[in-house]
Design a protein around this ligand. Structure first.
Ligand SMILES: *Cc1c(COP(=O)(O)O)cnc(C)c1O
Length: 913
């Protein structure tokens, strides 16, 4: 955090607030126990210095959290001052245990200073409420008030006195006396759900908040050098919403409330109160705001439905579970899953349930809540994964003959989406990372070049959409805002589809949010509304002209500005909710922020009808609803922790003397060429890196790395990716996702904790020790063999084949300089088996044809796993590079390739017919 003085730890401390805080408590506890032991044994009495040092390290941070709070810390101070080592040690132990276990959230005794007389706390709750508090969900609410600190305790007491018996939630107040303290609390305290701002608060914190100031200056949110302007309340609300848009923000002001409520800059505020209004109103609003996020309309209804006595005469025998529970043979199915699953299984769309195909009730509301959560105008639930979400978007917004600029490495659903819609892919290439047999992401320059070529060829009107994967499997994140802005400068009504299958969680990180499609769409809109946008565009016109000349080489080298008057913001984002949030498998969403969505409403409805099952799975829908609830209430804290876990793994692997001999986790310096890292950011662990430099990179660089995705190089330990993955799975029950020739991909997410770090590191250590032992035992020859194995894995890597070209027979305009092709025509051409032929990979005829023609034209998609992208698509000319790559490929799983028959080709005689 901001008061941290050890440079190297700053990054960690921002991304690991909870861990850093708990570490300090552990440290304080250790010191307190030592002091008590010394006193008990009669030596070193009075040595409370270490305890006091540890306490003063920790104290500034504690003011941003409700527990243990001022009272308990004051008691601790008193005991230390009295030389009561035992009493101090007991209290520290109790507080740090309560923090670690989270018991303070429901056990009132934890808030009492006097352990002997638990239950008689000074200002906790009215008597008689103790039992009913037991498991009410707990949160904290921030009160930002100019009241002097001496009044703080009294204010807290007044707030607590507002509690009522039938409140279903309980919160503790946290006080902040300045804008900066309010922002620090917002950043540090993941338990906050609501903020109440009293107008007229001062800006500067009493703590050293220099990093915060730098952070604010990077984002140009606030000039912290000025003291309290009158409208600071609204400004603070916006700053807080920029960090955590899910929080409910209330403003208490004595200005004209009606006026403020209509002020667009007050849109971050949930409600404005006149300062003299009833405190009880504020209290009830706080509770209601949190309950609104907590409520899951579809899931709640499903639970009610399951509890009703219902006879069914529809075709779903397992509904209500009777066919299972009464069965002689499949009862274990019911026992395993529990009866609720079957009570909740239904095909009904009435009686409190809703239809996913045409939602009008709770599914509609659940989708609207999800839209709010991700900052979209609309969200559609999809119960067949993002594979289907993507196809729905193609279906809805593209038509035959449209051109889509698309990363050739995109998930196969994009390629198939175009087969279905008839849109023509114009494949663009990501930068290769040949050493690791993987691709990065597509440089903006490449995308601009494709658009400018289309313009030069007179076909820009056909370009409907740009599709990119954000982040990629390996963690490359686009500068989404910049990509869209520059593309819109060339074609102002382009649609963007950002495949964020992996990236849904990013919404809940203030650092990553702006790189999500929805976050960037919001930023673009904000930019457009600023008069500076018009100025920037006019300046560009003076230099480059109003109508950009596609042959002008400057266009590629400079950042282009779109025309704020003509640009449209048309953004689609697809998220596999199940990949990064708590949804059942296949739970996915399409999030829409499209100003011209009206053009597509009916097409979108058709797309839903085409792709959605008429029997959508109610449990998947419920889990989407619940995943949204979780993220809106604890996503911020959980995502922070996922990042913290990933950084801890990076640090442990790189610092461990033995593990680092055989393994490494790739940093941005290895994964992203320097030209795309304008900020100079090298790695999360590089010397001098703190969270501020990371934040700058995330803001400005063309690409950055998702910190939660870790490419662990295992080739240097003598394992290819697949072998290493199998080793981890079979011996250690560790599952991971993706492999390359010499690496595996590890990923942290919202379910990981720090103990997962420890167990992974233990496994890597064990494997490293085994390698050491083996090398020792096998002597010179063994070492040479190992070195050769490593060399082969790390150096004999096949060149990755670029997309060659579509055959002219599958191009609308064979003379055109732009390479789009009709993948759909080629796909269906191959439906006639007699129009196809097969050539085995090893056959001499294949080489002859490569040499002398006629061209080899692929009849289908060929997708090896890994790397998982199509190396051949229907209608593509197969060249020597592709054949060479296929021949070197030592993977077993190749979709679309039958090793015994060979490569499937469209016969030359029928091409284009
Ligand atoms: C997994 C994935 C998909 C498909 O999502 P499912 O939910 O598995 O259908 C699409 N795109 C990308 C980039 C993916 O990683």
């Amino acid at each position: 955090m901001s008061t941290e003085t050890h440079e190297g730890h700053q990054l960690d401390h921002l991304f690991s607030i909870s861990a850093a805080r708990l570490d300090r408590w552990r440290d304080l506890n250790a010191k307190a126990q030592t002091w008590a032991a010394e006193v008990r044994s009669g030596k070193g009495a009075g040595g409370s210095g270490a305890v006091q040092d540890a306490l003063s390290d920790l104290r500034p941070m504690e003011s941003y959290f409700a527990y243990p709070g001022v009272q308990l810390l004051r008691t601790l101070d008193d005991r230390i001052a009295d030389g009561d080592a035992m009493g101090a040690a007991r209290l520290v132990l109790r507080m740090s245990n309560a923090l670690l276990s989270g018991s303070y959230r429901y056990d009132e005794g934890e808030w009492e200073a006097a352990e002997e007389s638990a239950g008689e706390g000074p200002d906790r709750t009215p008597p008689g409420m103790a039992g009913s508090l037991a498991r009410r969900p707990y949160f904290e609410a921030l009160f930002v008030s100019p009241a002097p600190p001496a009044r703080a305790a009294a204010i807290c007491r007044e707030i607590r006195e507002l509690r009522r018996h039938d409140d279903t939630l309980i919160y503790e107040p946290v006080m902040a006396g300045s804008v900066e303290d309010a922002l620090l609390a917002t950043i540090l305290n993941g338990k906050l759900e609501a903020v109440v701002i009293y107008d007229g608060i001062p800006v500067p914190s009493k703590h050293d908040a220099s990093l915060l100031r730098d952070y604010l200056s990077v984002y140009q949110h606030l000039d912290t050098t000025v003291d309290s302007p009158r409208e600071i309340g609204v400004k603070l609300a916006r700053l807080i919403a920029n960090i955590r848009p899910e929080l409910d923000i209330y403003l208490l002001t004595d200005r004209k409330v009606e006026q403020l409520a209509g002020d667009p800059s007050a849109s971050a505020i949930r409600r404005v109160f006149y300062e003299v209004e009833e405190p009880m109103e504020v209290h009830l609003n706080i509770l209601e705001g949190v309950r609104d996020r907590q409520s899951t309309p579809h899931f709640d209804n499903l639970k009610q439905y399951a509890a009703k006595p219902i006879s069914t005469f529809h075709a779903l025998p397992i509904a209500r579970g009777k066919s299972i529970i009464k069965s002689n043979w499949i009862r274990d199915f019911g026992e395993f899953y529990g009866l609720n699953l079957f009570l909740a299984e239904t095909s009904a769309t009435t009686g409190g349930l809703d239809s996913m195909l045409e939602p009008t009730g709770n599914i509609k509301v659940a989708q609207e809540k999800f839209a709010r959560a991700v900052g979209a105008d609309h969200v559609f639930f999809v119960t067949n994964g993002t594979s289907t979400s993507n196809k729905m978007v193609y279906q809805a917004v593209t038509k035959p003959g449209d051109i889509v600029i698309v990363d050739r490495n995109c998930h196969k659903s994009h390629h198939y989406g175009m087969v279905l819609s008839g849109a023509q892919p114009l494949y663009v290439e990501a930068f290769p990372m040949t050493e690791y047999s993987m691709y990065g992401a597509v440089p903006l320059r490449t995308v601009k070049q494709a658009l400018l070529d289309l313009k030069a060829a007179g076909r820009l009107d056909k370009a409907a959409m740009v599709t990119l994967t954000n982040c990629t499997f390996d963690g490359h994140i686009y500068n989404t805002r910049r990509v869209m802005a520059e593309c819109l400068a060339i074609k102002p009504d382009l649609i963007f589809l950002w495949d964020e299958a992996w990236f849904g969680f990013a919404r809940w990180s203030p650092f990553l949010r702006m790189r999500t499609a929805m976050g960037a769409a919001a930023a673009l809109r904000e930019w457009r509304d600023d008069p500076k946008a018009q100025e920037a565009w006019e300046a560009q016109c003076r230099e480059l002209g109003e109508d950009l000349d596609p042959k002008d080489p400057r266009l590629l080298d400079r950042e282009l500005t779109p025309n704020p008057k003509t640009m449209r913001i048309r953004v689609y984002e697809t998220d596999s909710v199940h990949k990064s949030m708590s949804s059942l498998r296949q739970g996915s969403i399409v999030a829409v922020r499209d100003e011209d969505y009206e053009h597509h409403v009916s097409a979108f409805r058709e797309a839903v009808f085409i792709h959605a099952s008429t029997s959508p799975n109610a449990q998947i829908i419920a889990s989407l609803d619940v995943a949204r609830r979780q993220m809106e209430l604890e996503g911020y804290e959980l995502v922070m922790r996922a990042i913290e876990v990933a950084l801890a793994i990076r640090r442990e692997v790189s610092n461990h003397p033995l593990i680092s001999r055989y393994f490494s986790v790739l940093g941005a310096d290895k994964m992203i060429p320097e030209e795309f890292r304008a900020s100079g950011f090298a790695d999360f662990l590089a010397p001098g890196t703190n969270w501020l430099t990371a934040a700058k990179a995330l803001k400005d660089d063309e690409f950055c790395l998702d910190p939660t995705r870790l490419t662990l190089v295992c080739g240097t330990a003598g394992y290819d990716g697949t072998a290493f993955k199998n080793l981890l799975a079979s011996r250690y029950n560790i599952q991971l996702n993706k492999t390359s020739r010499n690496s595996v991909l590890l990923q942290s997410n919202i379910n990981n904790t720090r103990s997962d770090v420890a167990s992974l590191i233990k496994v890597l250590l064990e494997i490293s020790e085994e390698i050491e032992t083996r090398l020792r035992e096998t002597g010179e020859a063994g070492r040479a063999a190992f070195a050769e194995k490593v060399r082969s894995l790390m150096e004999d890597v096949p060149d990755l084949p670029n997309f060659s070209q579509f055959h002219d027979g599958y191009r609308d305009d064979p003379g055109s300089i732009t390479p789009e092709g009709n993948v759909r025509a080629a796909f269906f051409a191959a439906y006639n088996e007699e129009d196809c032929e097969y050539l085995p990979l090893a056959s001499p005829e294949l080489d002859q044809r490569l040499e002398a023609g006629p061209a080899l034209v692929s009849a289908n998609f060929v997708i090896p796993y890994p790397p998982g992208f199509p190396i051949m698509v229907p209608g593509q000319i197969i060249d020597a590079h592709t054949v060479g790559f296929m021949r070197k490929l030592d993977v077993k799983e190749i979709h679309g390739y039958n090793a015994s028959r060979g490569i499937k080709l469209i016969k030359p005689s029928v091409i284009g017919k």
